[in-house]
Design a protein around this ligand. Structure first.
Ligand code: NDP
Ligand code: 8X3
Length: 250
């Protein structure tokens, strides 16, 4: 029986690369995101490899999130794997200069959005006593860097939620883990810096992780034998030692 995965944030970066990786393995895909045209394009490309269903919703909208997942057709209703990946950073400012809308966005998307999606999916996993959830945290969830304040807080929360999920879902045999990347070259910095050209310099002078690198690791985690759960994985590009130490060559 083919497995089904639901991936949030599948319209770009890590989520999109994970969709390709899972499609290659013939896993049924439920791809989520706000950008409808991108969802359509990715669906068309991946339908050559597997069955694909798309859900177009904003994870900040509690009602729409629950409604979208409730609306899944029978062929996609059973979700074996949940990849909570949707998320982003907004701004890079000292706390005394932080923007309230940026703070709202990061807490609403990275923390509350992840919870809403999980709330919609977990009951069927507990009922079946099986399932696998991977939350995409960050190295920013393990250490705080200058001006990272609220983004780091949101990713620390993702790690705490992951640990809480693993404890509470343990009696049901559900695997829960997190994958925590360092610098990955995606649209992340374009979003963080709101299209400012400073975003282009973030990944300059060293080889950053690519979305595919993380997608392969996510697939590795979900393809372990039933008794093996990768609980927490931190991955940096070789040039990066921690959030502030990056060996750059210009
Ligand atoms: P991208 O910006 O390329 O992808 C972010 C994805 O999240 C998009 O598909 C976007 O889809 C989706 N998303 C954003 N906001 C919402 C929303 N409100 N509702 C639904 N979907 C949303 O960045 P990455 O691929 O890099 O980021 C993926 C995850 O990886 C994030 O959680 C990020 O924090 C984490 N991460 C990234 C790192 C990096 O250096 N790039 C390092 C560590 C962790 P759409 O806009 O269509 O809704
Ligand atoms: C993204 C990695 O270092 O830009 O979570 O915060 S970092």
């Amino acid at each position: 029986m083919k497995k089904t995965v639901l991936i949030t944030g599948a319209t770009s970066g890590i989520g999109e690369a994970t969709a390709y990786e899972f499609a290659k393995q013939g896993i049924n895909l439920i791809l989520c995101g706000r950008r409808l045209r991108r969802l359509d394009t990715i669906q068309k490309a991946l339908e050559r490899l597997t069955n694909v269903h798309t859900l177009n919703f904003d994870v900040r909208d509690k009602a729409k999130t629950l409604e979208a997942i409730e609306s899944l057709p029978d062929a996609f209703k059973t979700i074996d794997i949940l990849i909570n990946n949707a998320g982003n950073a907004h701004g890079l400012d000292p706390i005394n200069e932080g923007n309230l809308d940026d703070w709202d966005a990061m807490m609403d998307i990275n923390v509350k959005g992840l919870l809403y999606v999980s709330k919609a999916v977990i009951p069927q996993m507990t009922a079946r006593q099986s399932g696998h959830i991977i939350n995409i945290g960050s190295s920013a969830g393990k250490e705080v860097y200058p001006k990272g304040n609220v983004y780091c807080a949101s990713k620390h929360a993702v790690l705490a939620i992951t640990e809480g999920m693993r404890i509470d879902l343990n009696p049901f045999g559900i695997k829960v883990g997190s994958v925590n990347p360092g610098l990955v070259e995606t649209e992340f910095s374009q979003v963080r810096f709101k299209g400012d050209k400073i975003a282009d310099s973030v990944y300059r002078g060293f080889k950053a992780l690519q979305a595919k690198d993380i997608a392969e690791i996510i697939y590795f985690a979900i393809s372990r034998p039933p008794h093996v759960n990768i609980a927490d994985l931190l991955v940096f590009p070789t040039a990066q030692a921690n959030s502030v130490t990056v060996k750059k060559e210009f």
